[in-house]
Design a protein around this ligand. Structure first.
Ligand SMILES: [Zn+2]
Ligand SMILES: [Zn+2]
Length: 375
């Protein structure tokens, strides 16, 4: 029998773990126990154990074998080939460039296959566009791979292998730390980690490997899009340096323009509605052109108060992540005219006794004063 721990236990996953679960578990643990990084006790042995477990479980055939026979397969140790430490795992792919960048001289990525940068542009839409969403098309000046040199930046596409690093993009450097001599791997300075040297730069792109070209970009704005929503168009960004790696992405940030009277609160639309005193007291119906292209009827019931709100259900903007629409919220306001005609003034005066609360208040106070005087 072996005293090896169960591979599933090592990776802390259950036996039904998917390929993705395994990968995530491995990433998490490898980052924690990588001997160059970890301060955990016994990190190196733990890391070996994790590597071995992942090497076996991530290989469908080996996993099936392990599920059936465990560590003690019919041939003794069916995974004998792994115990020596030679695991067929690409740690850089699994853990990502950032994890290793620290080993290769700080912030610069050591990878020869580096992705181009993302490009961010802003695009404005009317609030009405949010109702239906839309297919938009914009013209942008974007960097594209230079076709003359295939993005290599070299004249006629000709590069020569870097002699310093023999094309690997990396060099081993001996470092003396106190009494210890350490050998570390660093990015090759002569070729910038690309492994190749440009003999003479491409005249069309001055050796940059890309050119600026006007491009027509089409994309869909989803219904309910919010201000600041970012749409990601994969591979439409900056080409990778010297054509070695994938393009970055193009990010389009949606800017929703303000509306003359609607204010947005998520999927609700808020507006204020100024009304005359008679309309507030007697009630009325106001119809406006709505941004959904239809008419919006706002029914103000009799005896409404300024400062109160009315909700018109499901006439707001679409919800972004579920079906249906928000509401229109109408804030009632009292409109006070700047000028009043003599005739209006007379009419208002005549209403004072019955409708003016301050007059009523005065009558109550007068009555109370009378009662006191009579006591
Ligand atoms: Zn070029
Ligand atoms: Zn080099």
């Amino acid at each position: 029998m072996t005293d090896k721990r169960d591979y599933y236990e090592v990776l802390d996953v259950d036996r039904s773990a998917t390929e993705k679960d395994l990968k995530n578990a491995f990433r998490r643990l490898a980052r924690r126990f990588h001997p160059d990084r970890s301060e955990e006790p016994d990190a190196e042995n733990k890391f070996k154990e994790i590597q071995e477990a992942y090497a076996v479980l991530s290989d469908a055939e080996k996993r099936a074998h392990y599920d059936r026979f465990g560590h003690d397969g019919p041939s003794g140790n069916p995974f004998g080939g792994f115990s020596g430490g030679g695991f067929n795992i690409n740690l850089e792919d699994l853990l990502g460039g950032d994890f290793f960048s620290g080993f290769f001289g700080g912030g610069r990525s050591r990878s020869r296959e580096r992705k181009g940068s993302d490009i961010l542009v802003r695009h404005s839409i009317e609030m009405a566009t949010v109702i239906t969403g839309s297919e938009e098309s914009i013209e942008l000046d974007l960097p594209v791979e230079c076709s003359t040199c295939n993005g290599t930046g070299a004249k006629d596409g000709k590069t020569k292998t870097c002699g310093t690093c023999q094309g690997t993009g990396r060099v081993r450097v001996r470092q003396q730390i106190g009494p210890f001599v350490n050998e570390v791997v660093q990015e090759c300075r002569d070729c910038g980690g690309t492994g190749s040297i440009i003999e003479s730069p491409c005249g069309d792109c001055s050796g940059r490997g890309h050119r600026i070209e006007a491009k027509s970009i089409k994309f869909n704005v989803p219904p309910g899009a919010e201000h600041g929503t970012r749409l990601r168009l994969r591979g439409q960004g900056q080409p990778a340096e010297r054509g070695r790696g994938s393009n970055g992405d193009l990010l389009i940030e949606i800017e929703v323009l303000t509306h003359p009277w609607f204010e947005r609160n998520g999927s609700d639309l808020i507006m204020s509605l100024p009304l005359g005193y008679p309309d507030l007291v007697l009630g009325t119906k106001v119809t406006i052109d709505h941004i959904d292209g239809k008419k919006l009827d706002i029914v103000i019931p009799p005896r409404s108060s300024a400062g109160h709100t009315l909700e018109i259900k499901k006439r707001g903007l679409p919800h972004m992540r579920r079906s249906g629409r928000g509401d229109v919220v109408v804030l009632l306001k009292l409109h006070v005219p700047e000028k009043i005609s003599k005739a209006d003034k007379k009419q208002l005066d005549s209403m004072k006794t019955s409708l003016n609360p301050s007059d009523q208040l005065q009558r109550i106070l007068d009555d109370a004063a009378d009662r006191r005087a009579n006591e």
